[in-house]
Design a protein around this ligand. Structure first.
Ligand SMILES: *[C@@H]1O[C@H](CO)[C@@H](O)[C@H](O)[C@H]1NC(C)=O
Ligand SMILES: *[C@@H]1O[C@H](CO)[C@@H](O)[C@H](O)[C@H]1NC(C)=O
Ligand SMILES: *[C@@H]1O[C@H](CO)[C@@H](O)[C@H](O)[C@H]1NC(C)=O
Ligand SMILES: *[C@@H]1O[C@H](CO)[C@@H](O)[C@H](O)[C@H]1NC(C)=O
Length: 343
């Protein structure tokens, strides 16, 4: 008997808890961060000549370039017309609730008047419960046609592969999109304001353009205790080129394709946002600072007027996001501080 989709969704949290437990056990069982002599040896990209002699690959360095296969794809979405904006949303296979919230809030393709938006979720394969979650994902994909998945393990240190999968999709299946936004599932995003204030669809699309919350003069964290640890074997320099923070950033379509191209010849690092900055550095392209307060890396108190005039706030769970969206969109609750706010 076929299990109805609704029931599966209800069972998902159980599955997820088991999966997390499995992961912890797995992680406890070995010393994952130390560069042990056991890790696999691999040639650096272009290893046969240009990039130098064969070098060991640290376990935190995502394997790339590698012919990852699309397990879920939407190759025809841009066949009829190029969208103004492709929205790539980073998600984990198990996060059904997160995708639901995004579809019903800022990821709604009709929520920005006058421009075509195309939403796609990016996911890999769950490291423990890949097979049972796959059936759930396939049903969800058949229903919404908005999931891209490749056959790499969906782990924190493989996030760079997810971003590159999104840029690969744009390069191959939607090369004429004007802009690409990469966002995490746990942000509030005001695409309407982004489009009108920064991207301005009445103008020709910008070229070589990237913006977001710009980090300058930062460098890799060398302490193994951090989730964001980057070993010198993965990235030797002590500083990163300027880059846009991962929760949400914007690229012009042409630059999205160029970053994907550059990534084919650079050693990947496990921080996806810093890595995109490294690609820009290799391309000789500078990031553009955004006006103060548009991209908020830390949560700020809700205020209708303020939220209608910013682009991103990190960090929101699915329930909070749905509540926030209702308050923001509902005309019955005009802001006390900003009665004429055009939300
Ligand atoms: C690498 O170099 C070897 C020997 O020079 C050659 O036989 C091989 O085909 C090369 N492989 C690639 C992928 O270019
Ligand atoms: C998306 O927005 C449109 C227009 O505002 C609305 O009619 C539709 O119900 C929304 N869809 C979802 C899934 O929330
Ligand atoms: C990243 O994905 C690859 C391909 O699935 C896998 O071999 C590797 O172990 C993953 N790396 C991490 C750090 O999870
Ligand atoms: C790393 O450092 C070298 C030597 O100073 C420099 O040439 C290179 O551009 C740096 N790379 C990045 C990505 O900043």
């Amino acid at each position: 008997m076929k299990c109805p989709a609704g029931l599966r969704v209800l069972l998902l949290p159980v599955c997820v808890s088991l999966a997390l437990l499995g992961l912890r056990l797995q992680q406890g069982a070995r010393e994952p961060l130390a560069a042990s002599p056991a890790f696999s040896w691999r040639e650096v990209p272009g290893g046969n000549g240009t990039a130098g002699p064969a070098a060991p690959r640290h376990p935190l360095q995502p394997p790339y370039p590698y012919p990852y296969r699309f397990l879920l794809n939407e190759p025809h979405k841009c066949r009829d017309r190029a969208p103004f904006l492709v929205l790539l949303v980073v998600t984990e296979p198990r996060d059904t609730a997160g995708r639901h919230a995004v579809r019903h809030t800022w990821g709604n393709e009709s929520a920005v008047g006058g421009v075509a938006v195309l939403r796609l979720f990016l996911t890999g394969v769950h490291p423990v419960f890949g097979a049972p979650l796959q059936r759930v994902l396939e049903e969800e994909s058949a229903l919404h046609h908005d999931i891209l998945q490749q056959d790499f393990l969906d782990t924190y240190n493989n996030l760079t592969l997810k971003t590159l999968m999104g840029l690969e999709w744009v390069s191959k299946h939607c090369p004429d999109a004007s802009y690409v936004v990469k966002a995490d599932h746990d942000v509030f995003l005001n695409l309407d304001y982004l489009v009108r204030r920064l991207l301005q669809p009445q103008l020709p699309p910008k070229r070589d353009f990237m913006t977001g919350y710009v980090y300058r003069n930062t460098g890799p964290l060398r302490n193994k205790a951090y989730k964001w640890y980057v070993p010198p074997e993965v990235y030797p320099n002590e500083t990163y080129p300027p880059y846009c923070g991962g929760p949400a950033y914007v690229l012009s379509g042409d630059l999205a394709r160029r970053v994907y191209g550059a990534a084919q010849a650079l050693p990947l690092i496990n921080m996806e946002d810093s890595f995109v900055g490294i690609c820009l550095h290799a391309l000789g392209v500078r990031v553009t600072s955004s006006p103060r307060g548009l991209f908020n890396m830390y949560k700020i108190a809700y205020d209708k007027c303020r939220f209608s005039r910013l682009v991103m706030v990190h960090h929101y769970g699915p329930r909070e996001l749905l509540q926030l969206w209702n308050r923001l969109r509902c005309p019955q609750h005009p802001s006390r501080y900003c009665p004429f706010c055009s939300a």
